[in-house]
Each structure stands twice: as C-alpha cells, then as structure tokens.
Design a binder for this molecule. Structure first.
Ligand code: AMP
Length: 529
C-alpha cells in the first residue's frame, strides 16, 4: 500500500516515460554494456516471471457475456480472405500449443481469434480492430507460435547474435510485459523462447535475456531501438512484426520510433515479412498511415465498430465541476467498498495527490504514472492486482491493454480530451465477457470536455447507454472536432485502401515524409514508455 509520507515525488532519478526510453537508454545511465554514463544509472532488474506451472497458467473466468461476443457483426475486407475457423480444433495448432490453450482456460474462440488465426496462418498481413478485452493478444500470438512450431524452430541460446523471428511492440512497459507473459504461457514446454525488454530496467539485464536465446522479442520501442543500435540483435530473420495498440504506435508519439525500426539495417521489407496490427481504436488517418507498412493485399478485420466501446461496460456521465470532483470521488469510493477501481486523472502530480487524499481517507490506494520509477510502477500494479490496494490512480499510461482481473469500476476523474483514449480507459473493466462500470466526471467548463463531448455522445449511443439530456445539449452546441455522426476522419471503418493505392513505399526507404501526415495525439501532460 502507498503510505502517506512515502508518496512518490519527482525523484531526479525517476524515469520519465518514452522520452527517457530513447534519450536516457541510448546514452546516459548505462551499465557495462553502455558507453557514456553521465546520467542516473538504471539499476532496476525486474523480478523473474513465475516458474510454477499453475502460476504461469493462472487466469480469470470468462464472464456471463462471453458467448454474446458471437453476436457481434464482423466485417472482413481484402481479397481472398481465408474463412474464419469455428473452434480451436480447426486452428491446426500443434499438440503442445493446443494443450497450453486449454490449460489457459480457453475453450471457445472469440470472434477476433476466429478470423485472425487463419489469416495469419495463411501468411497474410492484417489490420485488426476489436473491442477492448476480447482476446486480441491470443489472436496474434497463437498463429505466430503455431507457424514457428510447424517450421521447426531451433533452440537459439548458443548463437552469438540473436535473430528473433518475431518482434512485438507495444506502447507501455506494463503492457509489453503482459504480452510476454502470454507468449511464455502459450509456448510453455516448447523450444520457442520469448523475451521481454523495456525501459526503466537495467540494459544489461535486457541483453542477458536476449543472449540466452530469443525467438519472440517483446519490446517497448525505445529499448528495442537501443539494442538494435548496439547491434545486439540481428533483424534479418524477422518473419513477423506485430504492432499492438497499433494506432498509438503510429501516432505522433511513437511513429518516429517505428520509422527507425522499419529502416533499421537488416529489417526485412514489408514484402518479406508479415506485419500485423491490432487495436480497439483506429482513427482513419492512422489507418492510412498503417496501410503504408502493410502489403497492399492486407486483410482488414473489424469486430463491431472501429473505436466502439465494449458493451459490457455500463457507462455513466456525472456532471461535476472541478472543485466538486474530490468529494464526489470519495462519495463513490466509499459506496463501492473494496471493489477494485481504476481512477484516471490527467496529470502525474494529480495522480499522486489523489492517491494521497484517498490514503488519508483510509482508502488503500496506489498510483501509476510516467514519473514513478519502474520498480514503483510494477509494485503499484502488483498491489492493485493482489487487492492489497483496491484503488489505483493512473494517468493515461495505464489506459491501454492492461488486463487485470476483477476491475469492477473505472472512474474518469478527469475526462480525457480524446475519445479513443476514453474507450481504452473504460476498457480496463468489462473484459472477457465480464461486466463492469465506468463513471466519468464531466465539467462543462473544461476544455477536454468540449473536445470530447460529441464523440462521447456517439460512443454512449452506439453502446446503447443512456445519454443524459444535458450532455446532448452541450454536444449540440460544442465546437469540438469529434462528431456524433460517423465522421469519416474519426470513426471510418470501411476499407478504403483503393483510394490510397499508389502511395506505397519500400519500408526501408522511408524518408519520414508519409509519417509526418499523422495527427498529433491529444495534448496531455503524461508521457510514455
Ligand atoms: P486480451 O483482449 O487479449 O487482453 O484478452 C482479455 C482476457 O481474455 C485475457 O485475460 C485473456 O486471457 C482472456 N481470453 C482471451 N481469449 C480467450 C478465450 N478464447 N477464452 C477464454 N479467455 C480468453
């Protein structure tokens, strides 16, 4: 539990999201594998992942709405898309992989898995969009692993330079670690060795993990570029490149890193590798960008609506001004009792401040944001997962991908200024067919509220949630850019690849010009890594 008086302040040695990932890791603060050492030394070595089989396969139960996933409409576009499969038996996974899938508690495929597994197995590129918590991770991991095991991968620990066959990138450290744990679970008992490397940890530790053998490299972009620049891995064997939270990976925040990755020496061109992109949100301008790194005959799978909220989350919007938020939060948390709750705020300072207030009110709370050291971030998540701290106050760094058992409530203390961010935040609950509740505070004088209000009304309407009359009125007169109607720039789900044909370039020849078309992410204080 976060003790009052031990709250994180901005330590000089604290690690600051993604900027640190590239800047600090590439130069300062390095250890015996680094060069100059003018900054704080990164010494954190994360604890080893669990070894006991029951820990590796620990999972939570699918919820009452799991079977309802089958009712969601699926749109598949692209030529000669392989038909969907109906069961794990149809998936043509190896015996060990199938056993691991069942040990993980998977009995039935989710829609995104039904479609993605045969597409990836057929060697096709894929852009896939499906609601939060609906099984996207296994949708890319299982076919990659199945292919690796079929093609008879060799144990790789004795090679001098490691050459992974798959690279998976995700925008945050905690998310990439979660993907790694899934990869480790599904590859249990096989020769395939997944490795994870991410910022805020000792570089020599990352390198040691790689040197011990690496078939699937799960990485945050900064640390990945760092090991590539140090020539510690070879890229020429990369058969699969996966961008998870792909729209985030291709927006202004990360596109420079992705561009560098694609043009790194040895990286196979898009014709030579398979590129897979997954997210719950995919704004149209980012889809155009994404197309440039996919083969022209890629397949686009949309389960439900691009950018739609998970319908298992009950959404409520409460009007409250800035000064009333604190009391409202306390009132809600006191009525919730000890149910697990994520509270999202706009800034790192506020995250610590609110966590302190909650601790003072005897509500055991912790916080996670980009100014906390990695050790503290992991401890915070651990305390939240274990139930020791039933409340975690987070910035947007925890908005995407995290799959935590039993999160029953999400509270947007500060509403985000971007509707996709809202969809991801509330998607921390209502996962895997379970139900959840999301409450968002709405201050009608707030700038972010103005930006997001129209998108919010659309999201609520599409998810069959009640839209308060006062919110509709505000939306009607709002000057924001995110519209109710299926505004093509935000909510397009059609495959308009024809319109963009002719703009494809060789990956390795990126000048960056096409990437500069990406829209800027919502302005916010948080940074990433
Ligand atoms: P994801 O969207 O990949 O984060 O998955 C959300 C949660 O659903 C995770 O806890 C997964 O382990 C779980 N899950 C994914 N696919 C299945 C499945 N077919 N059956 C049961 N659980 C699943």
């Amino acid at each position: 539990m976060l003790q009052i008086g031990q709250l994180p302040t901005c330590f000089p040695g604290g690690y600051r999201g993604r900027n640190e990932d590239v800047g600090v890791e590439s130069g300062k603060g390095q250890d015996n594998f680094g060069n100059a050492d003018t900054g704080p030394k990164v010494t954190y070595v994360p604890p080893p992942p669990p070894d006991a089989e029951d820990e590796i396969f620990r999972h939570y139960q699918t919820g009452i709405n799991f079977d309802k996933y089958d009712e969601i409409l699926v749109d598949v576009s692209g030529t000669n898309a392989p038909p969907a499969i109906l069961s794990f038996e149809d998936a043509d996974l190896s015996e060990t992989l199938t056993k691991n899938v069942y040990k993980a508690g998977y009995v039935k495929l989710t829609p995104i898995q039904k479609h993605s597994i045969p597409i990836v197995m057929a060697g096709r590129d894929l852009m896939a969009c499906a609601q939060t918590g609906s099984g996207k991770t296994a949708a890319f991991l299982l076919p990659i692993l199945a292919h690796m095991m079929k093609s008879g991968i060799a144990a790789s620990q004795f090679k001098e330079i490691q050459e992974p066959e798959a690279i998976i990138v995700a925008p945050t450290r905690e998310l990439i670690n979660q993907i790694y744990l899934d990869a480790r679970k599904f590859s249990y008992g096989t020769v395939v060795r997944p490795v994870v490397i991410y910022g805020g940890t000792q570089t020599s530790h990352s390198l040691r993990q790689i040197f011990q053998g690496c078939n699937i490299l799960c990485a945050t972009p900064g640390r990945l570029l760092d090991v590539i620049n140090k020539e510690k891995i070879g890229l020429s064997k990369v058969k699969y490149l996966v961008l998870d939270e792909a729209d985030r990976m291709l927006d202004m925040g990360f596109m420079e890193d992705v561009r560098k990755l694609l043009s790194s020496p040895g990286m196979p061109t898009k014709e030579e590798r398979q590129t897979l992109m997954f997210s719950a949100t995919f704004p149209a301008p980012i889809q155009s960008l994404a197309r440039e790194i996919l083969k022209p005959d890629y397949i686009f799978v949309v389960v439900g609506q691009v950018g739609g909220a998970c319908s298992d989350v009950e959404q409520q919007i409460i009007e409250v001004d800035e000064y009333g938020k604190r009391d409202k939060l306390l009132e809600i948390l006191q009525s919730i009792g000890h149910e697990r709750t994520m509270v999202f705020v706009k800034t790192k300072k506020k995250a610590d401040f609110i966590a302190t207030v909650l601790c003072q009110e005897k509500l055991p709370s912790t916080s996670i944001h980009g100014d906390r050291e990695q050790r503290e971030r992991e401890k915070a998540l651990h305390d939240f997962r274990s139930g020791q701290c039933p409340v975690i106050v987070a910035t947007s760094v925890a908005a995407r991908g995290l799959d935590i058992e039993n999160v029953q409530h999400v509270i947007n203390f500060d509403i985000p200024g971007d509707i996709d961010e809202y969809v991801h935040r509330i998607g921390r609950t209502g996962r895997c067919g379970n139900t959840g509740k999301a409450i968002s505070f709405f201050d009608r004088k707030g700038d972010d509220e103005q930006k997001v209000v129209r998108g919010l009304v659309k999201i609520l309407t599409d998810a069959h949630q009640e839209v308060p009359a006062w919110l509709e009125e505000i939306a009607f007169s709002a000057h924001g850019t995110q519209s109710y109607s299926s505004h093509p720039s935000k909510f397009a789900s059609v495959d308009d690849r024809k319109a963009s044909r002719g703009g494809f370039q060789e990956d390795n020849s990126y000048s960056g010009s096409s990437f500069t078309k990406a829209p800027a992410p919502a302005e916010e204080e948080e940074d990433w890594g």
